[in-house]
Write a protein that binds this ligand. Structure first.
Ligand SMILES: [Cu+2]
Length: 645
């Protein structure tokens, strides 16, 4: 193969990447060079995102071994001082811009490079300085400013601008937890083009709580006795490999991608060579807060669409974030000025024991057969301001795919009169309130169960009607309903009927003559509570259903629309308005799930992980338990604990 030796964790040296592998640093630099050499580029041009333009699915599907496809990129650029985005596609092979589209009303995502610039601008604004002084804060170097996206609220002076809306806290000294000291009721609105504070809102003074509530080990005065270690060792090495960008483990194979908007993406996921999902990723996350008070009604932030998940990924640390024998992948992205930024160890890949997989004891003979479950974990952790999101894709030996999100970090805090957090919040420390909120995620699952032509069938369990056919009153049955169009594919969960959905391939049958299928286990949905026709509700139409199904269109990528910042609507409600057929077609399943978060005192100062997620489970895909062929094994490192004193 025409591939140079590859350092662990690096794609930089691969000279002929897989067609779905993310852009290499050299490719990102080349895209920047091509744009900089064009008349579109000027001194004030900045780069929002540069990512792989995935080749057409048909070309990937028919690619001969050893052949390659042209490498193309997508890029969004913008100009300092004015709103608008230019959307480009670029040919890396031909070294030229293929398409260029001016979108004068769209706004780029807020870039991490802009976070501290916003803080500086607000700290020096005389109206904001005065507001702080009214609250007894005169040392502005101690004021911490978090830039929140501003949304779209039809405020006349905000229309047609590119803004952020800020909340403020006081940090008493280095590494101190400033979220324990909210400067309540003081917000600024900052124009990200002119870098002026267009307005300071003072909603009234609430005393700043000064009690320290720390979590940093340097600041804690006592810790509990440490636990003896649990070591995860694989003395014979790991069971997975990455060759030419293809990750293989047991019967699984896939390509792991990464980009600035979505973070980790999975491509062409197969088990035993059989395709299951062509592309899977978490494409949006919106966090609506329930308080109408002060500036808090504006908190309805799209962490993926408005900030971009990729750039916020952590560099993970061995033995802390990740336990065991770990393979890391670096993430290569672009900075705003067009440099290549590399997040070392952004993606962690490892194997985990996950309890028993199956067991049976023959009570007549006492003979037991037991097999242990194991999963391959592909994970990444993001820091979005105060909060952390840890994303885990799990592949199991039995063909199950699971996605789990662990939410942790620091709740967004507001100030209150001690003992009076109000109707919309929980007081977590005297004078510190955490508002009720939700974290709503959307997964985009381009399904390919045994091929690209799939259908979706909804299953509801019904109790049998009364009558002689149900003499004992025990009868209940599963009722399948084929969803034929995009409008029929807009569905919510129903625990009363044990509702679930199957993604079937009507053209491939299992050994009992049924279509091969996977099942979506929607195990963690949330009920939307923001009014659907409100300013914020219109921007997040996708939360109104837990399942959406669309005909495949590679340009329909995001459930709240391609350009989110200051959006007024769009995304899935528009896609399904076309009401295309979703029967025996190339279809995309969108699953909306999340966490309903009524804050607990235990969520402060740092919240222990709270989980959400979903599963895709084989359901008629295999003719029998596909893990019956696992050999018997016994772990020789296990021993008796001798815990009795
Ligand atoms: Cu939360």
């Amino acid at each position: 193969m025409n591939v140079k030796s590859v350092e662990p964790g690096s794609r930089a040296e691969v000279t002929r990447p897989h067609p779905l592998a993310p852009l290499t640093p050299a490719e990102i630099a080349k895209v920047v060079g091509i744009i900089q050499a064009s008349p579109l580029f000027g001194d004030k041009t900045r780069f929002e995102t540069i990512e792989l333009l995935e080749p057409p699915k048909a070309a990937v599907r028919t690619l001969k071994p050893g052949a390659r496809l042209p490498r193309d990129a997508r890029a969004n650029i913008f100009t300092v001082g004015r709103i608008g985005v230019v959307r480009l596609t670029v040919s890396l092979d031909e070294e030229r811009i293929l398409t260029s589209e001016e979108l004068p009303d769209q706004r780029a995502m807020i870039q991490i490079e802009q976070f501290l610039m916003v803080q500086e601008v607000v700290r020096t604004d005389p109206r904001f300085v005065e507001g702080c002084a009214r609250r007894g804060v005169t040392d502005m170097s101690k004021v911490c400013i978090d830039p929140w996206t501003a949304g779209s609220f039809e405020v006349p002076e905000e229309e047609g601008r590119h803004l952020c809306h800020v909340f403020a806290w006081v940090r008493l000294y280095a590494n101190e937890n400033f979220y324990a000291h909210p400067i309540e009721g003081l917000n600024a609105v900052v124009d990200l083009n002119s870098w002026e504070v267009i307005r300071v809102d003072d909603h009234g003074i609430v005393p700043i709580p000064m009690k320290e509530v720390n979590y940093d080990s340097q600041l804690l005065t006592s810790t509990r006795e440490s636990l003896k270690p649990i070591d995860v060792v694989q003395p014979e090495g790991v069971n997975f490999s990455i060759t030419d960008d293809v990750l293989r483990w047991d019967k699984w194979q896939l390509v792991v991608g990464f980009n600035g908007r979505e973070g980790v993406t999975l491509h062409d996921v197969r088990y035993d060579g059989r395709p299951i999902v062509y592309r899977a990723s978490i494409v949006e996350m919106v966090v609506p807060y329930g308080s109408p008070d002060n500036g808090h009604y504006r908190k309805h932030v799209f962490d993926i669409g408005e900030y971009g998940a990729g750039k916020l990924a952590n560099s993970l640390t061995l033995g802390c974030d990740c336990l065991g024998a770990i393979e890391y992948l670096d993430a290569h992205l672009n900075t705003m000025d067009g440099s290549v930024m590399t997040i070392k160890n952004a993606v962690c890949i490892h194997e985990e024991d996950s309890g028993i997989l199956w067991k049976h004891t023959d009570f007549r003979t006492g003979r037991a057969e037991v097999r242990r479950a194991r999963r391959l974990v592909i994970s990444t952790i993001l820091t979005v301001g105060n909060y952390e999101y840890a994303f885990y894709w799990y592949l199991y030996l039995d063909g199950t795919i699971e996605h789990e999100i662990k939410t942790t970090g620091i709740i967004n805090t507001a100030g209150c009169i001690p003992g009076k957090p109000g109707k919309y919040a929980t007081e977590v420390s005297p004078g510190v309130a955490g508002h009720i909120h939700q974290h709503i995620f959307c997964a985009r699952l381009d399904m390919a169960v045994d091929g690209d032509a799939n259908s979706i069938v909804e299953h509801n369990t019904r109790a049998e009607s009364d009558g002689p056919h149900n003499r004992y009153g025990n009868a209940f049955y599963d009722e399948p309903t084929l969803l034929k169009t995009e409008r029929e594919g807009c569905r919510r969960i129903n625990p009363e009927t044990m509702r679930y959905w199957k993604i079937i391939n009507p053209n491939v049958r299992n050994h009992v003559g049924q279509p091969t299928a996977y099942k979506l286990e929607a195990k963690h949905t949330v009920t939307p509570l923001v009014r659907a026709d409100s300013f914020s509700g219109r921007r997040a139409g996708f939360v109104q259903n837990h399942v959406w199904v669309t005909a495949y269109d590679p340009e329909e990528r995001y459930p709240a629309g391609e350009y989110m910042n200051h959006s007024k609507g769009g995304g899935l409600p528009d896609y399904v308005a076309k009401n295309r057929s979703i029967e025996n077609a190339d279809i995309v399943l969108w699953h909306v799930f999340g966490i309903h978060h009524t804050v607990r005192t235990e969520d402060f100062p740092v919240q222990p992980c709270v989980m959400t997620g979903f599963k895709l489970m084989p359901s008629g895909f295999f003719d029998r338990n596909p893990t019956i062929d696992l050999p018997r094994s016994s772990n020789h490192a296990s021993c008796c604990a001798k815990a009795h004193g």
